[in-house]
Design a protein around this ligand. Structure first.
Ligand code: SAH
Ligand code: SF4
Length: 411
């Protein structure tokens, strides 16, 4: 059996990136706040007294029922649907490729039409099914302007920020592909069931630094958590940052989702090398921002991500430093075995060392799950994402997959 099934739906033929796109696409209604949607409708002549009702109908169709075609909006008059079709879109991005890992992880390469004078861009979104839950890992930028030395995305320049529409449509598309929207024929007033959904959690841990795209990420996450939107509890949404301190304060005040910090080192000299934004916002400032994060308790902890790099940050001295650093902060520690990518000089710590490190942390009272790498064979694991502009050519990918199978077996 091959390690990876690549599914390219035939009706979604890839379009060469260089192909000129004739017309600027119509503006999307996805990712607009209620106020923005009201303004867009008003501008197209919808009467003031209708606006509130129309916005609420549209939100229900778009987010609760997940339609991607105005004609499916049964309780919207034909004239109104024609008007909407003329001026707006609610289409999904194009799926360039869908890959399914042998562990069930799925990765979609999505293409978005150009915004303004730009080119189409591509991003990756990853779905990780687990017992009783499923997590969607969403990208916030195409590439990343930061250059964490162990991260594949960090080797790719920043192409641009994603819009709120593009961030949210990753979630809508995953729900489409996973059959995670309620039956489209269900009666009006249908609400999203709170339990049993395939995408039960989202993490802003794909490509990019979400806090360098604060406004769009905020809008998207507030719609994702809105009871009339995608109704995900804020406790099931986690935003991961490399440590953009001023925006950590704003995240707490204005978004209120769970926070994850890409820590990876407990000394400034080492963190300066691994996560260079540390030079701007060193550990002391980062930890102050974490301590001030609103709503923390034993039940609502900050996750500290710690990638295990052989001979770099994996000594028991580092583990001791970690416990000291986190003193007084309700914290979970996520040990992430380093996921290799072609061209990296780092190696993952030996399993024995990871376990010793984890034991030390456990004995200090922290649960420290070692995150099992998921989707490594399709380069979908943490820090392996990269978009089309620099993604591996097929031959390179096959060689890489062969290497992964040789190293990890096929089970
Ligand atoms: N830019 C944000 C979110 C995306 S990265 C951030 O840095 O927090 C998601 C997580 O994967 C981060 O903790 C990141 O440091 C980690 N990561 C990056 N490259 C990795 C790799 N090669 N192996 C394991 N984890 C990696
Ligand atoms: Fe960017 Fe996060 Fe990768 Fe650092 S770890 S380069 S912030 S995506």
């Amino acid at each position: 059996m091959s390690a990876t099934d690549v599914i390219t739906p035939s009706k979604l033929k890839p379009m060469p990136v260089s192909q000129p796109v004739e017309l600027a696409p119509k503006p999307s209604l996805i990712g607009l706040t209620r106020e923005e949607m009201a303004a867009a409708l008003r501008e197209k002549g919808v009467a003031d007294k209708q606006i509130k009702m129309r916005v609420s109908q549209l939100w229900n169709w778009i987010y609760v029922r997940g339609v991607s075609d105005f004609d499916a909006m049964a309780n919207v008059s034909k004239d109104m649907r024609e008007m909407l079709k003329t001026h707006f879109t609610i289409a999904r991005p194009e799926i360039v490729e869908e890959q399914v890992s042998n562990d069930g992880t799925r990765k979609w390469l999505l293409r978005y039409p150009p915004r303004g004078a730009g080119r189409p861009v591509e991003v990756e979104t990853v779905y990780i099914p687990e017992e009783g839950r499923g997590t969607l890992c969403i990208s916030s930028q195409v590439g990343c302007s930061l250059t964490c030395s162990f991260c594949h995305t960090g080797t790719q320049r920043l192409v641009r920020n994603l819009t709120a529409e593009e961030i949210l449509s990753q979630l809508l598309l995953a729900r489409d592909r996973l059959g995670d929207f309620p039956d489209r024929e269900a009666p009006q007033g249908t609400v999203m069931p709170a339990e049993g959904r395939k995408v039960s959690n989202i993490v802003m841990m794909g490509m990019g630094e979400p806090l360098y795209n604060f406004d769009s990420v905020k809008t998207a996450l507030l719609i994702a958590s809105d009871g009339d939107g995608l109704s995900l509890s804020k406790r099931r949404i986690t935003l991961s940052t490399s440590g953009v301190v001023p925006e950590i304060y704003r995240t707490g005040d204005e978004i209120g989702v769970m926070l994850a910090i890409s820590l990876h080192a407990v000394r400034d000299d080492l963190r300066d090398m691994l996560v260079p934004i540390n030079k701007k916002y060193p550990l002391k400032e980062l930890m102050d921002a974490c301590r001030a994060y609103p709503g923390l308790s034993n039940a609502r902890r900050i996750t500290f991500e710690y990638v295990m790099l052989k001979g770099v940050n994996d000594s028991l001295e580092d583990a001791k430093g970690l416990i000291q650093l986190l003193k007084g902060v309700p914290a979970k520690i996520n040990l992430i075995p380093f996921n290799p990518w072609p061209g990296t000089n780092y190696q993952c710590s030996d399993w024995e060392q990871i376990e010793k490190f984890a034991d030390f942390i456990n004995s200090a009272g922290y649960a420290s799950p070692i995150r099992t790498p998921r989707g490594r064979d399709i380069l979908a694991a943490c820090g392996q994402l990269k978009s089309e502009s620099e993604r591996m050519r097929k031959t390179e990918r096959l060689a890489f997959e062969a290497m992964m199978i040789a190293n990890h077996g096929e089970d």
